[in-house]
Write a protein of this length. Sequence first.
Length: 384
Amino acid sequence: MLNGFPRGRTAIVGAATFGVGKTPGHEAMDLAALASLRALAEAGLTPGDVDALFIAQPQDTLATLSFAEYLGIEPKVTSNNRSGGSAFLLHLEHAALALDAGLADVALIAYGSNQATASGKLVQTSRPSNWEAPYKPLRPISSYALAAARHMHRYGTTKRQLAEVAVAARRWAQLNPEAVAREPLDLDSVVNARLVSDPLGVRDCCLVTDGAAAVVMVRAERAPDHAARPVYLLGAASAVTHADIAAMPDLTVTGAAQSGGRAFAQAGVGPADIDVLQLYDAFTINPILFLEDLGFCAKGEGGPFVEGGRIGPGGSLPVNTSGGGLSYCHPGMFGLFTVVESVRQLRGDAGARQVAGAKLALAHGNGGVLSSQATAIFGTAETR
């Protein structure tokens, strides 16, 4: 156990999605269940084999109870930690600890949302604080716009550099047949798009879709019995810095600076070793902040770092190879999709978007308004 974490002693043996885009006639729990059945089938398992259940549904505060009932199971370990989009990477961290301790044998982490067909817009699950409400912010975009504006003011980051993030995501999405937005997108179209909350325009914002994802974890010694190419969890860490954006200690520094450092220490690797990154890109400012805070470039250099297609197909650092929340899907919370894409890349199952020779992947989740950060590092058998 390295730095308190069971490095490489648990593995993902099933990872699946379902209903990405729009799925009329399905409730959120239906979608989560169908993704879970796919992930379990990949591992040669059934719902009855699951004895640890992790799920966070925005509209269901007792999701572990209702989902266990839906699947017809009686798990020994449950959690519905609700930290926003980072929740599912927290679940990874906690599932690894529970499995390694022998508290359970098969952990299922699941999420589903029918947000697009149910409401057609982003569903709010929290309200502005008494200190922010008088200013009538657009939640959550106004909070991210504040972070973007501060980064631009302090470091000279430009709207065109933000646009580089959106264009790179779209180019990856064009290689992903499951992606929702695959039409061409250029820098000018992003920069000149309708303004939503200054300085962020509509193309700086994530999609609103339906969709579900699920992963299945077991202890490493059991992994070869369930998957030809298990993906091992080498490190996982998290950090919370605030709730409301008005209380964020520094609008240009996120908790990823803490979670990333701990995850790298657990995994025994550094940024230069990572082959592919999946970063929670609810807004274009996010990957710029996370690239800096995770150590892929210095603070303030995120804007220049992403220029010239560096993080897109053919670039030197593959980021959000599925198309991310900006172009692949964003069903309310995107965290678990970063994990599924990491697994697909390390298994070599990503098709036209496959990063050749990928052995180490980093997934990063973001919750609230840059409030909760969670980082996970995965590896193939040879990196374990």
